[in-house]
Write a protein that binds this ligand. Structure first.
Ligand code: AMP
Length: 424
């Protein structure tokens, strides 16, 4: 017999975990609707060049992490490592930008694939929920996006959220900064990791992302982005911080935050959850402002701002910080039949309960009452409905509250009302 293993870096989610992931996503979708976003779905694979162009040749994602293959017709295809590039491609393909009411406000959800070293909260297939605002003209759009992320984490029940924010300036500021970084790292690069040596050649900004402990000591003394922002970029950043202050959103300016994708300009941000002992699981989500992405993928010059959350990280964390609110597999009602001749009566009641929105289940096997109570218990049913010959004859059921153990006779005609009241 073949013995199939779970592919490395992936996971199976079932029961509570799967339910909780579904709930998280449902809550985020509803929250996005309240901010005026609508949904967009795009394919999980695209032309490889879409990602190399958008994420950038120097990003870790492109250089090390893409799942790339050639299809049967010889096309170069990549499983999406993030969803923004595909969404921008869809905006251009379908000319959604021709809509006069810019910005387009879109939310998305689905799997992304990165060939990373698996560890807690880091998978090779994971899910992202995100929003995009395409065709933005005001820093208010940036702040609205940041606040959406911040408030959605609060809505999900995370109380200790730390918002980190930085400005990587406009193109001119970044060019000047990259020049300064090159001059600084020139004298250190030989002693730095091979990734940094590669980053030094293609995009020295990426060096600031390095997690190597020794490299970080060198990075600590590197020139700071804030000293290279031109007047316009400084003002843009100040406007955003002022508006966040006005809205009483707490933040930390983190001048090493550059994020892993090349398409950002001006504002980048991340959300972290800090445990009591000061540790963190890594970023729960992050995003930023980008000016050229729509143009890069063949559309007009439209500025955008967006963010993405990693659903698995949110789920892992929620389980730790709010276990009481973690979803449980349960049922409103488990129906029990005494005697197989009563099965048609119970089956009809079960269908009727479902039609009225009560989660209900039953067995079609001829099992003892004790065995049926055991199933009800395993399925976390709140109520049992027990039906024998007398109940069928009198058009009644026995309704038992499985938590308090109270039991009542209920006329079939009153069953829905009775359950409605008791389950409130
Ligand atoms: P990024 O697109 O890199 O900005 O990632 C946005 C969010 O997606 C991160 O903050 C994580 O929560 C999540 N994420 C990124 N990579 C992974 C991964 N390999 N496994 C699980 N979650 C991830």
């Amino acid at each position: 017999m073949a013995n199939y293993q779970l592919p490395r870096g992936t996971y199976d989610a079932y029961y509570e975990d799967a339910l909780n992931i579904d709930k998280l996503v449902d809550l985020l979708k509803s929250f996005a609707l309240t901010y005026g976003y609508s949904s967009i779905h795009t394919p999980i694979y695209e032309s490889t060049s879409l990602f190399t162009r958008s994420a950038g040749e120097s990003s870790d994602i492109v250089t090390k992490e893409m799942f790339t293959f050639t299809d049967k017709s010889g096309r170069d295809i990549t499983l999406r490592p993030e969803l923004t590039a595909g969404v921008m491609r869809a905006v251009v393909t379908n000319k959604l930008y021709a809509n006069k009411d810019l910005p387009l406000k879109l939310y998305y959800y689905g799997p992304a694939f990165r060939y990373e070293r698996p560890q807690a909260g880091r998978y090779r297939q994971f899910n992202q929920f995100g929003i995009e605002n395409v065709g933005v003209t005001s820093f208010y759009n940036d702040v609205e996006t940041i606040i959406f992320g911040y408030n959605s984490l609060k809505m999900l029940g995370f109380s200790h959220v730390v918002l980190k924010i930085n400005s990587i300036g406009d193109e001119e500021s970044r060019q000047n900064y990259k020049k300064a970084l090159k001059e600084y790292f020139q004298n250190h690069i030989e002693n730095m990791c091979s990734d940094c040596r590669r980053r030094f050649e293609i995009n020295p900004l990426r060096i600031l992302d390095c997690k190597d402990k020794d490299d970080q000591k060198i990075i600590k003394n590197a020139p700071k982005m804030c000293d290279y922002l031109n007047q316009e970029s400084k003002e843009y950043f100040k406007n955003i911080l002022d508006l966040l202050n006005m809205q009483e959103i707490e933040y930390q300016v983190d001048d090493t935050l550059v994020r892993g994708l090349d398409y950002y300009s001006h504002i980048v941000f991340e959300y972290h959850y800090i445990f009591g002992d000061g540790t963190s699981l890594g970023a729960l989500g992050g995003g930023g402002h980008y000016d050229n992405l729509v143009h890069e993928v063949g559309g007009p010059q439209l500025s955008s701002v967006g963010l993405a959350f990693g659903i698995e990280r949110l789920n892992l964390l929620l389980k730790q910080v709010d276990p009481d609110n973690y979803e449980k597999v349960n049922l409103d009602v488990y129906l029990m039949t005494l005697g197989s001749e009563n099965l048609p009566y119970v089956f009809s009641i079960c269908q009727n309960l479902r039609a009225n929105g009560f989660s209900s289940d039953m067995t079609f096997d001829n099992k003892s009452l004790g065995a049926q109570f055991k199933i009800a218990n395993r399925k976390n049913a709140r109520f049992a409905i027990i039906v024998g010959d007398d109940e069928v004859k009198n058009k009644k059921v026995k309704l038992k509250n499985l938590i308090t153990e109270e039991q009542f006779d209920v006329d079939l005609d009153n069953l829905i009302d009775e359950l409605d009241q008791k389950l409130m």
